[in-house]
Design a binder for this molecule. Structure first.
Ligand SMILES: NC(=O)c1ccc[n+]([C@@H]2O[C@H](COP(=O)([O-])OP(=O)(O)OC[C@H]3O[C@@H](n4cnc5c(N)ncnc54)[C@H](OP(=O)(O)O)[C@@H]3O)[C@@H](O)[C@H]2O)c1
Length: 257
């Protein structure tokens, strides 16, 4: 994939991985449509990109709201003529103690991490399928491999998103529409800054976004990193349930009677 003269849309571009990718991409001579709910942060990034003579525009968009997604994607198509590559990166996480289990939190996580991708793909497909070109890059996570204690909503939302993207990858092949899935391990961003637990092989966000960019250029079906976490997640996935339960329960506080 050559980015030259392409229009790249990024959701969740105001922070972390999306922000870092948006800073790297102008060097590839593409135009950028940057989306998130924090318009001011996006606008200052756009100003920076434009001062280097590149084309970028900021759009306030909540990916959890289908009507808003439709309006904004229409606006991007009008402003840029078309979308070539959509990096669907917006996401939220949460660690929830079982005593605070709440459908409100679960709904919010699924609405952004899973349905956010569903909403964006809906706006991309008709045009991509008609043009017989286009690329969808969905950011999920290696955390999808099992249901980890306290992170069930996040793990499940990412697993659902990965399976959806996988099915789209196969179905869209005859239309020459590429679907790539990005599965990072731990990356240092505002999302992980709030984690109090040890995050093995925590990666610098600029390094992560360079790996993602190279993966997109090579059109890798799955862009996953770092290797030790990829390997670890494969082992954990194959682990028998009794062993998984035993190891995970060691993480939980002792039950008070
Ligand atoms: N960091 C990691 O270790 C890690 C590991 C695996 C996967 N990931 C995934 O990578 C993606 C980026 O995460 P990050 O670490 O860069 O997190 P981050 O720094 O918290 O950035 C998340 C981005 O998503 C946007 N966002 C959140 N809710 C949104 C909504 N409803 N509509 C539109 N935009 C929304 C945020 O912008 P606004 O708040 O301004 O809307 C922000 O730009 C996420 O999908 C995350 O699950 C991260």
């Amino acid at each position: 994939m050559d980015f030259k003269n392409k229009t790249v849309l990024i959701t969740g571009a105001s922070s972390g991985i999306g922000y870092s990718l948006a800073k790297l991409l102008p060097k590839e001579n593409c135009s950028l449509a940057l989306l998130s709910r924090s318009y001011e942060k996006l606008q200052s990034l756009v100003d920076e990109i434009k001062s280097d003579g590149r084309i970028a525009k900021a759009y306030r968009c909540d990916v959890a709201k289908p009507d808003e997604v439709k309006n904004i994607f229409d606006a991007v198509k009008k402003d840029f003529g078309k979308i070539d590559i959509a990096v669907l990166n917006a996401g939220i996480s949460s660690r929830t103690e079982i005593k605070n289990y709440s459908s409100v939190i679960g709904k919010e996580i699924f609405e952004v991490n899973t349905l956010g991708i569903v909403n964006c793909v809906e706006q991309l497909l008709p045009d991509f399928m008609e043009r017989k070109e286009g690329m969808i890059v969905g950011v999920t996570s290696l955390a999808e491999s099992r249901g980890f204690p306290r992170s069930g909503f996040y793990n499940a939302s990412k697993a659902a998103a990965s399976l959806l993207l996988e099915s789209l990858r196969v179905e869209l092949k005859p239309f020459n529409v590429k679907v790539l899935i990005v599965k990072p391990g731990f990356v240092r961003t505002p999302m992980t800054d709030k984690n109090e637990f040890h995050m093995p092989f925590l990666m610098d966000v600029n390094k992560a976004s360079k790996i993602i960019l190279e993966g997109i250029k090579k059109e890798k079906k799955i862009i996953q990193f770092p290797f030790p976490i990829v390997l670890g997640s494969k082992i954990i996935k194959l682990m028998p349930d009794w062993l998984f339960d035993f190891l995970m329960s060691k993480e939980l506080p002792a039950r008070k009677n």
